[in-house]
Design a protein around this ligand. Structure first.
Ligand code: SF4
Ligand code: SF4
Length: 220
């Protein structure tokens, strides 16, 4: 966050991003005569994220915000999760559709910095990952983030080995010439350093065991 003076930070970007995720319940049904009733276990689960005291420590230390101003950041995304996961809110899909856009949940690099510095154990990164899983379940597959996640899963599922060359090609798209050209300097540097991943990879021996693991996971 921008520093005003020693120990004083400008919180405007923090609040702007907090407002951007519509931090309030959006029920579509008619309001009940008394209070909204929600299952106890759902609310107990949400207490963890409601513990946020808006200190901004996670935002100050987020490694992505250092380089990408439009990233919503850990605090706002944790707040978004608080409503995505609230059974009284009826706009989960609409919220996720906004959150998968540029600057949203797929920009997190899972560096864990926000988890380490949070004084209230809000664990913003896990909330972001939960929304990613939720959006994939809803087949929100547009963009490099979901494509990377799906390619990663399908490569490991098919051979038990992560072929990093194919991972990049599947994520960027085999015919996405402009993006692939941008990667050339990296590929050349890796080649020169003897660190270019192989184009072809073998399969692991116990593929059946792996398939059973995937079957069990997919049933869940
Ligand atoms: S885990 Fe994601 S949100 Fe948290 S600090 Fe790292 S990049 Fe930012
Ligand atoms: S560090 Fe924790 S308590 Fe502070 S703003 Fe971030 S999530 Fe909230």
């Amino acid at each position: 966050m921008p520093v005003i003076t020693d120990l004083t930070a400008d919180f405007k970007p923090f609040w702007d991003k907090m407002h951007a995720v519509d931090p309030y319940l959006k029920p579509e049904e008619e309001a009940p005569e008394a209070e909204y009733i929600a299952p106890n276990e759902d609310m107990v689960h949400l207490v963890g994220v409601m513990n946020c005291i808006m200190c901004g420590a996670c935002v100050s230390d987020c490694t992505v915000l250092e380089v990408k101003d439009n990233f919503l950041g850990p605090a706002a995304l944790a707040k978004a999760y608080r409503f995505v996961a609230d059974p009284r809110d009826d706009t989960e899909t609409e919220r996720l559709e906004n959150l998968v856009e540029d600057g949203g949940i797929w920009d997190c690099t899972r560096c864990m910095q926000c988890v380490e510095v949070c004084p209230k154990d809000v664990d913003p990164m896990s909330r972001i990952m939960a929304m990613r899983a939720n959006s994939l379940e809803k087949k929100m597959n547009k963009g490099y983030g979901p494509r990377h996640a799906n390619a990663f899963t399908s490569l490991v599922k098919s051979s038990g080995i992560l072929n990093e060359t194919l991972l990049i090609l599947k994520t960027k798209g085999f015919f996405n010439i402009i993006e692939l050209i941008k990667l050339l300097p990296l590929a050349i540097a890796a080649q020169l350093a003897g660190k270019r991943p192989p184009f072809l990879s073998h399969s692991i021996k116990n593929k059946d065991k792996l398939k059973n693991i995937f079957k069990k996971l997919e049933k869940k």
